[in-house]
Design a binder for this molecule. Sequence first.
Ligand SMILES: Cc1cc2nc3c(=O)[nH]c(=O)nc-3n(C[C@H](O)[C@H](O)[C@H](O)COP(=O)(O)OP(=O)(O)OC[C@H]3O[C@@H](n4cnc5c(N)ncnc54)[C@H](O)[C@@H]3O)c2cc1C
Length: 518
Amino acid sequence: MTSSTPFPTWTRRRFLERLGLIGGSSLVMTAMQSLDLMAGQAGVRPVLTGRPAKSKVLILGAGVSGLVTAYELNKQGYDFRILEARERVGGLAWSVRKGTEHTELNGGDRQICTFDEGHYVNVGPWRIPYSHTGVLNYCRELGVPVQVFLNEAENSYFFYENNAAGVLSNKRIRLREVKADMAGQVNELLLKAVDKNALDLPMTAEDKDRLLRYLVTQGYLDATERTYKAFEMRGHGDPYAMKDLLAGPFTQRLRSVPPVEGTSAAPMFQPVGGMDQFPKGFQRALPPNRLTFNAEVQSVHQDDAGVKVVYLDTKSGKKTEVAADFVVVCMPLSVLSKVDINVSPEMMAAIKATNYSNSAKVGLQMKRRFWEEDDQIFGGHLYSNLPLGEFSYPSYDFFTKKGILLGLYANGPVGDLLDRPVKERIEHVLMHSSKVHPQIRQEFESAYAVWWRKVKYNEGGYAQGAPTSRRQQLSKVDNRIVIGSAATTPHSEPDWQEGAVSAGWQAVASLHERAMRG
Ligand SMILES: Cc1cc2nc3c(=O)[nH]c(=O)nc-3n(C[C@H](O)[C@H](O)[C@H](O)COP(=O)(O)OP(=O)(O)OC[C@H]3O[C@@H](n4cnc5c(N)ncnc54)[C@H](O)[C@@H]3O)c2cc1C
């Protein structure tokens, strides 16, 4: 190499290619793991090479997808700016705490949160499965501490009313009782069958003996009688009959291994102090002058020369036009469909056809953590057919004085609640949850309710799974406009932040490819 030869740009991809030549694939794998380039649920983080001649980009929306886009473009030296309608980052990743306020759309109710200092409820995303390495690697990279989110608590209750669980209806039944009684009784049956050689098992006598001992230990059978009896660890009382447990919805919760995602997945994580700490991590990592708050985008017009965006400063009422080479739209498509934007008819049809969930959450501040003190429930959820969706106990601040219960989490309509005043919605939650926790009325202090359909700048919860053809249309580069919001995700799903990360990565890669073409 002579002094006139420019030093080669050692991109991460090039570095890996060289490592592969020297040390083979295992060395590359190790390096990839440390560089976080391994394909996870969100796919592979894009590695950009080269600097486009025209690199002025406007990112519309500072939710997770917009922040991921900004963070990656910042690393590549793009001249970017985020326009965000709200006064905060995060979009759906919103933690409601003392002083938080919002007014529901169409002249709806106004709420101001009066939770005590330090208490919060995550009204959007609240848990991160261990497999969501896109989100979790960013938490590590951005210095956002995470803690375990307990999706399952052995002491939590089942409660089914209206005869939905046969003779076990209208009773509080503990998860540990169901687990113990089902395993014990199934093992007893199996043990009898194995013992009598009633099953055609390809086993030696020694293996059979080991299996019998396993069934006794695993199901807590009486070692001498080899029968299942109620025992102290399961809780007081007689076992529930297997036929009664099978007749109700109880056994749906019993799986050999927890699923990777969903309401019983484990382990799951949450940022310490609220989900909003995740977007705030990105905010800290970005130059402050790149973020403009209170900037409500009203129109986006592109032509062959560039894109012009008009936004309203919601504080001053002033409208401003900004020009850029490219735009990445990271707003919810429910909102974008009402913005004056010139994209192709196919793209507009795909935007308009994307549905958003009718999600709602209600946080309840309690004077006392009675679920811990009286019921020994630590984290996890109530499993019921009460019209509350998911009712959950906090996985943080254990053994402190007060706490915030998630009184309702629904992703579809709950009767006509959406149309009722907030006060009545809260009364609905208290009325139904007190069937399981009679203490709730006495311990209740204050509540905050979020029905995402009624929240300005979202008008819905998460994008609901788009058919492949629509998602592919949304993922196309429309001349100078790229859509980056979670609805376009090529991996994971839009109802996870991992989907928003994946959508952001896809937008960055497509934008860069487009910008390099000039
Ligand atoms: C109730 C609920 C529970 C969820 N639970 C989980 C969970 O447990 N774990 C998980 O990982 N994910 C969960 N998700 C999914 C997760 O929240 C989303 O996948 C992700 O937050 C979507 O990010 P986004 O950037 O695409 O959109 P958004 O978060 O909606 O961001 C869009 C941004 O655009 C801004 N904007 C809107 N209009 C304008 C405008 N005119 N001008 C400028 N800016 C504008 C908004 O203010 C917002 O900041 C949940 C979602 C919901 C609704």
